[in-house]
Design a protein around this ligand. Sequence first.
Ligand code: KG4
Ligand code: ZN
Length: 341
Amino acid sequence: MRLLGIETSCDETAAAVVEDGVHLLANVVASQVPLHAPHGGVVPELAARAHLTGLLPVLREALAQAGCRWQDLDGIAVTYGPGLAGALLVGVSVAKALALALELPLVPVNHLEGHLYANWLDAAAPPFPALGLVVSGGHSDLVAIEGHGRHRLLGGTRDDAAGEAFDKAGRILGLGFPGGPAIQRAAALGDPRRYPLPKAWLVDSDDFSFSGLKTALLRQAIALGLYEPDRGSLADETMSQEVADLAAAFQEAVAEVLVGKAVAAARRLGAQAVLLAGGVAANLRLRTLLRERSPVNVYVPPVILCTDNAAMIAAAGFFQLLRMPKAAGLGLDVDPGLRFA
Ligand code: KG4
Ligand code: ZN
């Protein structure tokens, strides 16, 4: 069964074709990063407009890459939330039009569940029960996964999401947007022990908190003359050792907390596997630390499938269609605030 996946929840316009939920036939992602970078973050109206002009070419490219025609498809899976309302609307509208015209089932996919399903693509299927850690620009969720479509949210962030914290830290250190990859590059040249930063463990809770860490980073950057509240980052093009050390300390603090809490939850639940997912799962330090400390096998998608893409949406859509063959109607609406069930 071949599903077309469509993803437009944030700043990537993406389409993919996946066979039987696991074989990747095509994966096309048009990134809007250069569009939003000058603004230091994603501008919702710009994102929606770029999806509008970008989605049809991306769809055509995905079909060409997969070597299939519209009539070879068996279903359309689309992200309907969470995300930016205007951005989601573009993908959902196009998916509805295609489902209607091609007489195919329309499968609405939760973006967060989609991230987890990147772990099923071209890889051995993870065992259940599993512990999922979804860390992206908008979410830091710990989820118990009992089976396909059977999730229980254990905890989430009380303030900033992990990716959001990376992006804010990138701005404080003058490393640009998105902060995650930039912090990782800078951290590779730094010593995480030179300016240690605080970690919020929130005892007896599966929740996270990263805002205190961000404030501590800001204070340290001000103390070192790297940032001024009125002028922003003072770091210049040549990265100083202080910036590298702070980036390393920040990355270490985030990775330690994410891994510590994921490992504790996995042990408590008797999970057979830990599934890492979301844009922040691209972080190499986080991957390494989780692999070192997890009592069970760790599943991590290749970097290209960690950040937003439509292949994970098609994969999630396939397993959903197996469970619930009755597809959504054309009344399907976007749900910007959707969470894990
Ligand atoms: O999942 P994603 O592509 O979009 C959302 O659904 O939010 O995640 C984007 C986030 C951004 O905050 C970005 O800074 C972060 O993932 N990110 C990283 C890395 N690559 C992307 N964070 C840390 N290390 C990375 N290598
Ligand atoms: Zn995402």
